[in-house]
Write a protein that binds this ligand. Structure first.
Ligand code: NAD
Length: 333
């Protein structure tokens, strides 16, 4: 099988090539391109059997149609999320979509806690102050997480890991999900979304982006939160309505906001650093607040997670070749 690997970074190539060698996938060859998959680049897939893409790729209707024209039958997503994939069109053309559902939930959950702690104790500010020989503590006061309430929205693999981390900090853990996770019920109390918003000192988002979760954090839900809450989003940017978040920050609702994902990330807003783009960017506006910390979608970025992504993606390709069903198939609905 020949796979065209889009949006290649050096670390992707290293981990996939290492895994190809170490785990012995003799029938798979990969060609790497730096271009991301979108309607302009989909035609590059001519002559390949499968394409491998990422959360940043634009795999809407037009891209799917071109992939179909070029004879692609398998789309390997090397990530958990698939909100950027037109599944209806994939199904119409018989293109199988496979993903990596849980490569390292702890990688993302540990980053979520790092963002919560860093924004609570203003570590980014402390780091810069000390480097400039300013050893004063002004502007650095936070609050103890011990015995406070963590509210986890979405208790799948990553949310469950976050619940365990919060319990380790001695926090009371409450959660909201459309389904209960039975492995958590001895220390997590499931509550309504309204109760979670009003009772939590730290709120962390771990549900997928879907029609029902789009902009779930908006001015109405922000107003229901406690004053001085910490909000963390490592899930998908559009769970939060950015303009409303900015309004909430201006209302002094938040002690801290930690974001690994933001609405504009798919527009590559920060690759073109022109003043005009930055001026109109809501992300740049967010960065102007001293209690906001943003990282660049790095939650998944650990050695263990990259190895697991490569291994599962290649196993997905093997299952496809063997005609085997897989729990990693992405289906509509
Ligand atoms: P998962 O499928 O295991 O869990 C998602 C949970 O959300 C499920 O329990 C589901 O029932 C719940 N859910 C669905 N709709 C909901 C709603 N309306 N309200 C509350 N809960 C709802 O997924 P996961 O592996 O834990 O990943 C969660 C998300 O994390 C992914 O969808 C992805 O967007 C994001 N992610 C981010 C990174 C990163 O690097 N920052 C890496 C991987 C995944």
């Amino acid at each position: 099988m020949k796979i065209l690997f889009y949006d290649t970074k050096n670390y992707d190539k290293d981990s996939f090539q290492d895994t190809l060698k170490a785990e012995n996938f003799p029938h798979i060859t990969i060609e790497y391109t730096k271009s991301d998959l979108d309607p302009r680049t989909a035609a590059l897939a001519e002559g390949f059997d499968a394409v491998c893409a990422f959360v940043s790729s634009d795999i809407g209707t037009r891209t799917m149609e071109i992939l179909h024209d070029k004879g692609i039958r398998l789309l390997l997503m090397r990530c958990a999320g698939f909100n950027n994939v037109d599944l209806e069109t994939a199904a119409k053309y018989g293109i199988r979509v496979m993903r990596v559902p849980g490569y390292s939930p702890e990688a993302v959950a540990e980053h979520a806690m790092a963002l919560a702690l860093a924004s609570n104790r203003r570590l980014y500010k402390a780091y810069n102050k000390v480097r400039e020989n300013d050893f004063s503590l002004s502007g650095l006061m936070g609050f103890n997480f011990y015995e406070k309430t963590a509210g986890i929205i979405g208790t799948g693999k990553i949310g469950a890991a976050m619940c365990r981390i919060c319990r380790g900090f001695g926090m009371k853990v409450i959660a909201y999900d459309v389904y209960r996770n039975d492995s958590l019920t001895d220390f997590v109390e499931y509550v309504s979304l309204e109760q979670l918003l009003s009772d939590s000192d730290v709120i962390s988002l771990h549900c997928p982006l879907m029609d029902s979760t789009y902009h779930m954090i908006n001015i109405d839900t922000i107003k229901q939160m406690k004053d001085g809450v910490i909000l963390v989003n490592t899930s998908r940017g559009a769970l939060v309505k950015t303009d409303d978040l900015i309004e909430g920050i201006r209302m002094h609702k938040f002690a801290g906001v930690g974001l690994d994902v933001y609405e504009e990330e798919t527009n590559n807003v920060f690759e073109d650093r022109s003043d005009e783009i930055l001026e109109h960017s809501t992300t740049a506006r967010l960065l102007s607040f001293p209690n906001v910390m943003i990282t660049s979608h790095q939650g998944f970025f650990t050695r263990e997670a990259l190895g697991a992504i490569a291994s599962t993606t290649l196993q997905n390709a093997m299952d496809y070749m063997a005609g085997k069903e897989s729990p990693n198939d992405v289906k509509i609905g």
